[in-house]
Design a protein around this ligand. Structure first.
Ligand SMILES: C[S@@+](CC[C@H](N)C(=O)[O-])C[C@H]1O[C@@H](n2cnc3c(N)ncnc32)[C@H](O)[C@@H]1O
Length: 397
């Protein structure tokens, strides 16, 4: 069930807007839980046994895609999902357009007071990478960086409220379950460490950045992103929530922090939106800014080769139908190779699959975090029972 966003920067939505949001969230929940289950059954009962593959090789996601794309259920699923995705943004844009002035005033006031002690550092000369500028990723109008004028926070509000509708209650209160899960995964896996400095790359509105500060209150927590409106929103949102964090407009391909300065470099849902070269640049930069013994941790979609052919196909849907041009390319990579090429030792590599921290008993979560990962149909698949996937490495000490 979708939970309302409660921080002071949340858009006010009138009764009609709330009703439309509930409808779209419900539609998404229906498509991603119920229609998805029907489509899987159709594959298992009507397609799987007769699946043809080039050269009779074991099937992969592309073979399943070829076999499924003419099926009625696939067309129904895809059409409903595309429509629901557009509706997510439509309902939110209406509320944002009515309140843009108010939102910007509120944001400016929260940022200026900075009661929680956080900071915001923008760089008007930063060039927005073409892979952000040239495409409305997952159909979000204006992508992350579009400015509607002045000290603008609109893209941040669209993302926050849009993600809340999109997630149909599956990503935690204030949409922060990934942050809580990954910070607690790190804590469980690395024996209750006390990191002094943490960096979140591609932090957007900081919703998964802040839990790091909540789990490690002694840590200095930084988020970087290229999109100024999202960062303005992130800073004001953090101040509204009373959580200290520092936001910087920087590219993860060229991080402006000194060598060996971070204990943790974290990212969430970031790499699959980057072309391969940018992923490699980011990982090399993460390696540079981590101190020896520091930990790289990326929450991501699971790699294709860990998944059954049907799940490869299911997760790669976004690459074909949801304006996610780099999604499949990323999932076809070997994450271990990516880290090793970036300079991390092969023996430092780790992966984890875990239940959602804020939906799970602590002991159950810790046990999963300390166990070798088990990949299944719920790994990385947004539904009411999603399991998060993360990979990373430890810099040579
Ligand atoms: C899918 S969002 C990440 C979401 C967020 N981390 C979360 O936990 O949900 C991708 C973000 O990466 C940012 N981004 C894209 N390229 C970047 C780069 N080279 N450096 C820093 N941020 C970048 C985008 O502006 C966007 O905010």
């Amino acid at each position: 069930m979708t939970q309302p966003i409660t921080h002071a920067l949340a858009l006010d939505r009138n009764r009609d807007a709330r009703a439309r949001e509930r409808f779209v969230s419900g539609l998404r929940g229906f498509v991603l839980n119920d229609l998805a289950a029907t489509m899987r059954k159709d594959f298992e009962s009507g397609v799987s046994a007769s699946l043809e593959t080039p050269g009779n090789k074991p099937p992969n996601g592309e073979d399943v895609h070829r076999a499924m794309r003419g099926r009625e259920i696939f067309k129904a699923y895809s059409s409903a999902r595309c429509t629901a995705q557009q509706m997510v943004w439509d309902v939110v844009m209406d509320s944002m357009e009515q309140q843009r002035g108010q939102l910007n005033d509120k944001g400016r006031s929260l940022s200026e007071k900075a009661k929680a002690g956080g900071t915001l550092e923008l760089d008007p000369n930063l060039e927005i990478p073409r892979y952000v500028d040239a495409v409305d990723v997952h159909l979000m109008p204006g992508c992350y960086h579009k400015e509607y004028g002045g000290q603008d926070l609109a893209a941040g509000a669209i993302y926050d409220q849009g993600l809340n509708v999109f997630a149909f209650g599956a990503m935690g209160r204030e949409l922060n379950d990934i942050g809580w899960s990954m910070a607690n995964f790190y804590k469980a896996r690395f024996n209750n460490p006390k990191p002094a400095r943490i960096l979140d790359a591609g932090c957007t509105i900081g919703h998964n950045t802040l839990p790091w500060r909540q789990v490690f209150p002694q840590a200095e927590v930084h988020g970087i992103d290229v999109a100024a409106p999202c960062l303005r929103y992130a800073h004001a949102r953090a101040e509204a929530m009373g959580i200290e964090a520092h936001f910087h407009q920087q590219s993860a391909e060229s991080i402006r922090f000194p060598d060996n300065s971070m204990d943790v470099v974290f990212s969430s849902m970031f790499l699959h939106e980057l072309p391969n070269k940018a992923i490699r640049n980011y990982l090399a930069e993460a390696h540079r800014v981590l101190r020896p013994g520091g930990v790289l941790l990326n929450m991501e979609l699971p790699p294709n080769d860990r998944m059954a052919a049907y799940d490869q196909f299911y997760l790669d849907w976004d690459s074909y139908y949801n304006n996610e041009p780099f999604y499949k390319d990323f999932r076809d990579q070997d994450p271990k190779e990516l880290t090793v090429t970036a300079g991390f030792p092969a023996e430092g590599y780790f992966e984890g699959v875990m239940p959602r921290y804020t939906y799970t008993e602590e002991e159950e979560f810790i046990a999963a975090a300390r166990t070798d990962p088990e990949f299944g149909e719920d790994t990385g698949r947004l539904s009411d029972v999603i399991f998060w996937y993360g990979f990373g490495s430890v810099k040579q000490g």
